[in-house]
Design a protein around this ligand. Sequence first.
Ligand code: C5P
Length: 468
Amino acid sequence: MQAEPSERFRLLVERAASGPASALREVSGPARLLSHIDADGISSASVLAWLLLELRIPFHASFVKRFPEDPAKELGESYGLLIVSDMGSGYRERLSGAASRARVIVVDHHEPVGETPEGVEELNPHDLGIDGGQEVSAAGVAYALFRATLPDGPRPAHLALLGAIGDVQSRNGFSGVNEEILRQATEMGLVEAHTELRLFGGPEYPLLLALERTVDPPIPGVSGSSSGALEILESLDIPPKTGDRMTTLSDLTEEQRRALLSEIVKRLAAWGQRASPDQLLGTVYTLLTEPPGSPLRDLGTFATVLNACGRMGRADVGLALGLGRRGRALEAANRVLSEYRRELAQFLDVLSEVQRVEGGVLFVDGRGRLRDTLTSPVASIAARSPPEEGVLLVAVAAEEPENPGRVKLSLRLTQEGGESGLDAGELASRAAAELGGEGGGHSAAAGLSIPASELQRLLALLAESTRR
Ligand code: C5P
């Protein structure tokens, strides 16, 4: 029988207390913090940065797209500690050089590969029989380390939940360690969960703006259009204002809410998108410390903001938000989010010109048009509404500016691909090994980086694997 969520969380805290937490107390000199650029990378780095601030350990944080070949190069003369978060376990052998020069702590939830080198303190749920893919994010693991180091200190449980939401661990509610973290956040009065329509900004955000700004899924004629958002409300007799303030989802009657949901599903279906009410309706998490009307009050939206910051090269803004800065940091985040949306929409407008179907693969060639950090959202969006039946896999390519001659690809299964039993992670690691690249991931979402000269061979290999 599986242990209770609280027991599983306790296991993680105990492991943290026996290794990494004591290493943190013995550190001399400033720390170097390396994390991943996605929402979980920024959330986990925020927890760790908060902890270092509490411990009065000065630090220098950097966000990277993938784990460096030799992380020891990140250590100058003065750093006494290297903390790696949301990566590292998959490349344990690369850590030995750094471990010979400084203390090294790894906080990760990816499947470990190989042995942990001597001198590295690693906290990974997989080592404890806990599924890091589904029940805890890197931010959750960092939160366990925070609790182990400062049991009576602050409890940044909302950041742990943000990481889990960013890594899509909340599709049908949280489970395991995440469930326990949510229980703690709720008990503290930090977070409240409700079933609600999942729109940008959450239940207390102005509905007119929420409709205009929702891009997951994009609502035809409404997303990105203020007149379209107004029109859908008017068609349902929902006034955009209630008294002297903007109407929010929480103001709607049950009947109005149902009518809005069915209207959105109808519009998606009219555009050939198979959206089910379940995709639009779900648990939303309200961060009670944020004022109503702030986009960060909805944890799903907060995760979207962090993701946009990381992908647009402004993870520093995301870190500032994670650490509780608002004011100018929030203004900067709003600008980054608009720019992210604009860039994404611009590329989606030309999608039909740069895509082709080969076998069961929809290949989107973003080279020269798309930044390499945006292949992931484009692949996720394209996989939700493939142009024809029989498309099992979407592959989106872009050039890597830091590695001339290499391309980055994001792979996503379509619904049909998921039903066919295909495994994108397995495909990515096999193709990468065969073509002199690097890659991996999960069954529904994976990525790889290969020499550009191998792109044709990759497509042939993917097309072959998807032929039925
Ligand atoms: O980059 P993207 O979001 O498309 O990646 C999807 C998944 O594939 C992520 O979970 C990431 O960790 C994994 N991946 C990987 N190796 C790469 C690129 C992505 O394991 N080179």
